[in-house]
Design a protein around this ligand. Structure first.
Ligand code: Q46
Ligand code: ZN
Length: 310
């Protein structure tokens, strides 16, 4: 491993990565004994590798792991991701809930973007955040785990700094507390794990994941350029990225607190910065009706049917 100047065999490499995730969980108090953790699985390498590692740690820590996948209705790409996540759920023996956007809204992300005249990733972000949170609330999950890795997080922090969006920076912490019964806590167990190591872990353990990028992804963003350059810097100065993130967490208190207070959407009751949440607004525009209440009821039903200890 370039960053730590270690050269390990497969067995020791696996141990090294699993220990690193375990230490991240402990250092930032991400998962506690008895927790119910909902992992958002996209089918890409990060969330898939995280599912494997969390399934290995579940007994030692003593928590329950649930998986969820959002079928975004993006043609062949979505079909492939669904296949992959089903396989993982069987392999690691963790319950999986698939939320199908075309079943909930009758349209997928491409049409939703067209009808709202917004970039696909922007509507997609709103939809994913909403459904994931609504599912976690329904499952009474203690947290939502996501596969964001070290390189992702440093890139996001640098981007917010570059555009001087300082109030967004505290939201890039490894653990973001939720609120009451409508906003789930979010955790990032791969916060200190290099992307390069995640790829290696998948390769060495024959873990299948979706390698192609989403066809709607916008490649010309500040984030993708920053990530490339961060990789070059890390190669030149091994350990730069991990050193940065650890100092960043220590300095978190020094950044301005976000001013937007979280309220509840007057239509569906989910978190919102204004009177009506973005999901209700987007669906109102695309379908002529705010779909928050329906989506929540749909999720409630699916949880009732598929989770036995609910
Ligand atoms: S799935 Fe959705 Fe991503 Fe595709 S439309 Fe954009 S945000 S790129 S992670
Ligand atoms: Zn709403």
């Amino acid at each position: 491993m370039h960053h730590s100047r270690l050269w390990l065999c497969r067995e020791h490499f696996n141990k090294f990565i699993e220990n690193r995730v375990m230490r991240t969980i402990k250092r930032y108090n991400l998962i506690r004994r008895g927790d119910r953790v909902l992992l958002g699985l996209s089918g890409g390498k990060d969330s898939v590798v995280l599912a494997y590692i969390l399934s290995k740690l579940r007994e030692t820590i003593g928590f329950k792991l649930y998986l969820t996948h959002l079928n975004l209705g993006i043609g062949e790409y979505s079909k492939k991701t669904v296949e992959i996540v089903r396989k993982i759920s069987e392999k690691i023996n963790a319950p999986l809930i698939i939320l199908d956007l075309r079943e909930i809204l009758s349209i997928g992300i491409p049409e939703l973007a067209l009808k709202t005249r917004r970039p696909p990733c922007s509507v997609c972000g709103v939809v994913k955040r909403y459904l994931l949170n609504a599912l976690a609330v329904e499952l009474k999950a203690d947290s939502i785990a996501t596969g964001h890795n070290l390189d992702d997080m440093v890139t996001f922090i640098l981007r917010e700094f570059l555009v001087q969006n300082l109030e967004q920076i505290p939201k890039l912490a490894p653990r973001i507390e939720g609120a009451e019964d409508y906003l789930a806590t979010k955790i990032k167990p791969l916060y200190e794990t290099y992307e390069e190591d995640i790829k290696k872990y998948a390769e060495l353990n024959n873990i299948d994941y979706v390698e192609e990028k989403c066809p709607l992804a916008d490649e010309k963003t500040i984030t993708s350029s920053l990530k490339k350059h961060l990789g070059i810097l890390e190669n030149k100065f091994p350990g730069l990225t991990i050193g940065f993130i650890r100092r960043f967490v220590k300095n978190l208190e020094k950044y301005p607190k976000p001013r937007d207070t979280i309220r509840r959407c007057s239509i569906c009751g989910m978190p919102s910065s204004g009177e009506v949440c973005s999901f209700c607004k987007i669906t109102q525009k695309a379908l002529g009706k705010p779909m928050g209440p329906y989506a929540r009821e749909y999720i409630r039903e699916i949880v009732r049917k598929s989770i036995t200890d609910y």
